[in-house]
Write a protein that binds this ligand. Structure first.
Ligand code: NAD
Length: 501
């Protein structure tokens, strides 16, 4: 198979600190692989504590002395809109680089680039329209909320849809007037290297955006532990989130945690079966299955179970796996050989835990690169590890159920609680079930399409707090309550003797 390599790849990926591209103080670097050839195509600076110190100092200076936190919302919004325009204008280049670095299919990477632009546009609008609470006590008091950016925000992001997930944190942090240090995922630093140019051209003042490349245990850890970073927004694995949570305790930092998932899709016999099939296939195999909200457990009501399994497996087996740059590709290459090995271990395990209906290994004809055939296991009991654990690849478990109560128990029988997808034509059941399922987000007769105003976040081991709309602005700002007296103050007169009432 030919291996598409974009033209004009950078020779090295540096940190961006205080408006300049810089190497690590130590000079350390690490290799970045592309997931099709699995060979290094670039080296990136490996940030250490001293690099994080420099980036935080630059961000701190921009926060205390620079114009950004003090600009009127409209002035910040203008720059955010220019950023959105720039992202949109180069969506094809962005998608090309993202696909090369992550192995995501090009058509899906393009959608992610457009979504990244939309995030900036949305927060530009929101921050201009924002209203804060005022509470009147007629004739006596006015109380109002004065919102202030918190300071330097530490943003730590994963390798699945990296650019889009970075925009998800950058846009509300910047809209709020914070300055930031971004630590992108070490598997996929390529697209993040575009931010510096986009921001500078849009007029973002120097030092407002800083980026430190490097490993989680080094650069990420130093950012989490830095005393001048009062808040950490993290998206990644649950176990990493737990470590970060512990490390944030020393400085009582604000935290937003978007973690792993093992989301159920529940298909009742009265569902529109064609729509449910389309959606549950897309729900787990889009983005190579490397998707936090993947519907990776499909629970199917017994009367339609056999038909569903047969039709699902037939479609899964026909999914086009191949070169991520080919527009016909539906599933590309997994991000990294380490992740590929992990997913393959689950595929092997699944053969003893369920009944293999499709896939089960490397697709034929693709002898190198991190390719996994879309894999379907049926009759998977809830005790199976492939039912309980996040695989984060193109692997799905199908399980039958007989009653609504059993479906709910199965849906809730995992440690995660990110998303749930429900397919039924009964209105009452749809709402009752949706309100009982342990998930931060539920889609009824729909796959994952989210209006940016709605809360995004999980319960249980899937996260803490919510992002999206005003909730994102709440995270990046302190809400200070200011109480004003409108008349004479009636205070108990301590120390004034008898007349103290
Ligand atoms: P990961 O936890 O391995 O890494 C995420 C980021 O954390 C990386 O930048 C990494 O360098 C950094 N990191 C690692 N150890 C650290 C430490 N000790 N201190 C500070 N930073 C550290 O996750 P990943 O493998 O990159 O991403 C996949 C995971 O992300 C999956 O579990 C997926 O479900 C989850 N995810 C969740 C959402 C959501 O919104 N809930 C969205 C996308 C991905």
């Amino acid at each position: 198979m030919t291996h598409y390599v974009p033209e004009g790849l950078p020779g090295e990926l540096k940190h961006y600190i205080g408006g300049e591209l810089v190497d690590s103080v130590s000079g350390k670097t690490f290799d970045v692989l592309d997931p099709v050839s699995n060979t290094p195509y670039v080296t990136a600076s490996a940030g250490q504590a001293e690099d994080v110190d420099r980036a935080v100092a630059a961000a701190r200076r921009a926060f205390t002395d620079g114009p950004w936190p003090r600009l009127l919302p409209r002035a910040r919004a203008r720059i955010l809109t220019r950023i959105a325009d720039a992202v949109e204008a180069q969506d094809r280049r962005l998608a090309e680089l993202e696909t090369f670095d992550t192995g995501l299919p090009i058509t899906q990477a393009l959608g992610q680039a457009q979504r990244a632009a939309e995030n900036f546009r949305f927060f530009a609008d929101l921050v201009v329209a924002q209203a804060d609470d005022t509470y009147q006590v007629p004739g006596r008091q006015v109380n109002y909320v004065h919102r202030k950016p918190v300071g330097v925000a530490g943003l730590i992001t994963p390798w699945n849809t990296p650019f889009m997930l970075e925009s998800w944190k950058l846009a509300p942090a910047l809209a709020s007037g914070c300055t930031v240090v971004l630590k992108p995922a070490e598997f996929t630093p390529l697209s993040a290297s575009l931010w510096a140019g986009i921001f500078a051209e849009a007029g973002l003042p120097e030092g407002v955006f800083n980026l430190v490349n490097g490993f989680g245990e080094e650069a990420g850890d130093a950012l989490v532990k830095h005393p001048d970073v009062p808040l950490i927004s993290f998206t990644g694995e649950t176990t990493t989130g737990q470590t970060i949570y512990r490390n944030c305790a020393t400085h009582l930092k604000g935290m937003s945690m978007e973690l792993g998932g093992k989301s159920p899709a529940i298909v009742f016999a009265d569902a529109d079966l064609d729509a449910a099939l389309d959606s549950t296939l897309f729900g787990v195999f889009s983005l190579n299955g490397e998707r936090c909200t993947a519907g990776s457990r499909i629970l199917v009501e017994r009367p339609i179970y056999d038909e569903f399994c047969a039709r699902y497996a037939e479609r899964a087996a026909a999914i086009v796996v191949g070169d991520p740059h080919d527009p016909a590709t539906e599933v590309g290459a997994l991000v990294h050989p380490e992740h590929y090995e992990k997913v393959m271990r689950y595929v092997e395990l699944g053969k003893s835990e369920g009944r293999l209906l499709a896939g089960g290994g490397r697709p034929s004809g693709l002898d190198s690169g991190n390719y996994v055939a879309p894999t379907v296991f049926a009759d998977v009991p809830s005790t199976a590890r492939i039912f309980q654990e996040e695989i984060f690849g193109p692997v799905v478990a199908l399980t039958p159920f007989d009653t609504e109560a059993e479906a709910l128990a199965l849906a809730n029988d995992v440690k995660y609680g990110l998303a749930a997808y429900l397919w039924t034509s009964k209105l009452e059941r749809a709402h009752t079930f949706a309100q009982s399922v342990e998930a931060g987000m539920v889609w009824l007769n729909s796959h994952n399409v989210r209006d940016l105003r709605t809360p995004f976040g999980g319960v249980k081991a899937s996260g803490l707090g919510h992002e999206g709309g005003y909730r994102s602005l709440d995270f990046y700002t302190d809400q200070q309550a200011i109480h004003v007296s409108l008349g004479p103050v009636h205070t108990a007169r301590f120390g004034a003797g008898k007349g103290n009432s």
